[in-house]
Design a binder for this molecule. Sequence first.
Ligand code: ADP
Ligand code: ZN
Ligand code: MG
Length: 632
Amino acid sequence: MKKVNAQASKSSGNNKPQLEINKPSQQKYWHNPWKMFFWYAILTIIFLYFFQNSVKIQRREISYSQFQHYLENNQVDTCVVTAKSIEGKLKIKDKKTGKPIYFVTVPLLNNDLAKNLDTHGVKYSVKLTNDWLSEFFYAWLLPIGFFALIWIFLSKRMGKMGSNFLNLGQNKVRIHADTLPKVTFKDVAGVNEAKLELEEIIKFLKNPDYFHNLGGRMPKGVLLVGPPGTGKTLLARAVAGESDVPFFSMSGSDFIEMFVGVGAARVRDLFDQARQKAPCIIFIDELDAIGRARGGVSPIGGHDEREQTLNQLLVEMDGFDSASGVVVMAATNRPEILDKALLRAGRFDRQIIVDKPDLKDRIEILKIHIRNLKLDKKVDLQVIAQRTPGFVGADLANIANEAAILAARFGHKKITMSDFEAAIDRIIAGPEKKNRTLNKEEKHRVAYHESGHTLVAVMVPTGEPVHKVSIIPRGMGALGYTLQLPVQEKFLSTKNELLDQIAILLGGRVAEEIIFGDISSGASNDLERASDIARMMVCRLGMSEKLGPLTYGKENRSEYLGISYGTEKNYSEETAQLIDTEVTEIIETNHKRARDILNQNRAVLDALARRLEEEEVISGDEVREIVNQSKK
Ligand code: ADP
Ligand code: ZN
Ligand code: MG
């Protein structure tokens, strides 16, 4: 696994979990054919019951004594005796309607009845069977139907939570291939690095046996990491589309229910299903919903359900061989909160970063989303892309759609540039207000800031190679970043390396000082990190000559979790002052060092900043090229 040493600068705001833009709709209640059948059956029976009742003849209820009275007077014509009733017809007719009177009465069964009927010449018969249909209706269907109605009512009221009520243990896994239109890599623009890495997995899924015979092992879990809307879900679907295997997709939040244990059952079920269909992909979208680090103190007494679900997921991921052909993919925009256990070898050990698109990629993404739109000839995608730094794929898709809507509203025959302009304005200023876009001036400043970091990183003796510099605002709070990758994985840092790191962190701020004469609020995170390193060197690592090889401050930490509960001051006021001067000294020395480096290489700084402003992202190779060229 690569150690990514990102120097994110310019912090502003924090990232909130964001709603997904095209969250797949929940499973529809009526889509289950068995439930449909059930309700049809009940309706039919209710209908039959009332139908049967309505064709029944209207009977007059009479008391037994009255019946006896009629009998005595020879007024009973015929009757049917059952265990529960005597029904029959009288000889007398209704005075008003002139129709024969039908009656029903509760029998008082005795031996005399038959004799009495005989003596009075009534044609009678005895029926043993009861009206089973009405019995069934009243005793069974009515109560069941009643409760079912309450249930439905409740579930409607409680929304999603309630509908799960009805299908508790059931899984809500969807197999995408059948339901959604196929997505391939052609539908995903940009994210070339991610695509390249996923290519390998596609090859494996297409031919797992081949890999297996070679003795190769596939990663079990692939985690797509990136800000919301950058196409993580889309990429996962594209992998399924490209490799033509079943795609089991579930969102992290689908696992979590109101009842403890349901999520775990769903995880088990999901993996069971997948194993039967291998080779296939399991995709868990928004993994952070279940993958949040365990053991946190929660205000309402723990999240047993989530922990159980997470544990089950870990168990399942350990429990299958990667040769079985099941690849687990997941996506998250908050990798920092994931439980460490999830990222261990044999689980999500491969992480693919899906970053925000740069200018070129934004043009490509726009091209995809205008495929089916009628555009005016004057529409210039380049200009649109230039106006939208920091926009992600989802935003760009939104712009295309919004432009089409606006064109229709204004009655344009084709979508014009002004429609696009209006769409961009709407989305920037719209309800989900994004202050992610930088204006020209800010962009200029951020370009110099990041170039400052980069140049110092290139110039200091122990600086790790720069991998990428970007001034695309990141959702994660940074307006730009310089990414350095170590040549080797490192577990130790020397004093000189730490000092260089401090200089690199200060480089951004220094560049602003030199170029603009003042500094912006954006560098606060850099400063915080630089001071942290300096303080750590003095207090914990014994790297200060004046204070010597001692540690200052006793840290209270949990042996098990490695979590620090803060430090205890175990030194005098004087020492505290000394620590402060030492820390300040370290910072100031390195501030000067960074300043010297940048002043001496002003031409390179300008060249870097210019290129960065134009292209938004430059790779490490380009950085080295620019540095070498301008040095000549
Ligand atoms: P995420 O899962 O990263 O939040 P999605 O995959 O749900 O983002 O992306 C939402 C929508 O944005 C997609 O359905 C697609 O229309 C559009 N989109 C995002 N990224 C891209 C891209 N790289 N290329 C083309 N379309 C994209
Ligand atoms: Zn910075
Ligand atoms: Mg998504």
